[in-house]
Design a protein around this ligand. Sequence first.
Ligand SMILES: Nc1nc2c(ncn2[C@@H]2O[C@H](COP(=O)(O)OP(=O)(O)O)[C@@H](O)[C@H]2O)c(=O)[nH]1
Ligand SMILES: [Mg+2]
Length: 251
Amino acid sequence: MSIRSLTALPVFNEAKHVGTVLDAVAQYADDVLVVDDGSTDQTARVLRTRTEVRVVRHNENQGYGAALRTAFAYALEHRYDVLVTIDCDGQHEPRRIPLFVSAVGGVDIVSGSRYRHVFRDDDAAPEDRRRVNRIITRELNEQLQFQLTDAFCGFKAYQVASLARLQLTENGYAMPIELWVQAALHNLQIRELPVPRIYLDESRSFGGALDDPNHRLRHYRDVLQSSRQAAGLSTRQSPSPKVGSVCPCDS
Ligand SMILES: Nc1nc2c(ncn2[C@@H]2O[C@H](COP(=O)(O)OP(=O)(O)O)[C@@H](O)[C@H]2O)c(=O)[nH]1
Ligand SMILES: [Mg+2]
């Protein structure tokens, strides 16, 4: 029985990238969903010309996390087996989608990691992003007994049946932290897949106070704390879920 997989892209004001990214995604994915998170630029007009993709639009911008949760709900409602999420700003390579689909066999979540393998053309990550990612990834591992190397990569694959078990409420950029806490609560099996580190020279903003790395770090720690409380996860004594990696990487 063949696996039905959906590839979903959260999108907010990506008129510059959405066309080229969807052209590439179309080569590696049959079913494609774009969640337009209330874009105010030309993104919606471009999407109207793309009849090959499904589009769900938020009337108002709700946030990265909310866009992903809309994709999760769509995958569940349309009974897909596997959901792949990939960003729409040129930082992820669609040609790796099949690797994620095959790697999710036997586990619950495959998470891209930009810090597990050095690729020849890796870009340097902005220092503040690298620092916040390193600290939060370490604290997640300490508190949830994970062995992650990158807590924030948007390139992931999920068994849709496992997504159904997760209680997720975060709308913003902290949603991945809540997701890891829920994954720990449900003992989900995680696999990391190395992906190249791509930073285009664009001044991308988190929006508002989160652009201050110290504020962002405090916010992420608050969400980690409150998500653990909501999940009733004080200190986890049970054996740690397996975090393995498959490394078909070509440097
Ligand atoms: N900035 C931003 N991106 C969003 C939002 N909703 C969805 N996205 C999309 O989420 C993906 C990741 O966003 P990005 O800002 O690149 O995150 P980063 O690469 O982790 O810094 C991109 O495809 C965005 O278009 C939002 O409210 N704000
Ligand atoms: Mg990005």
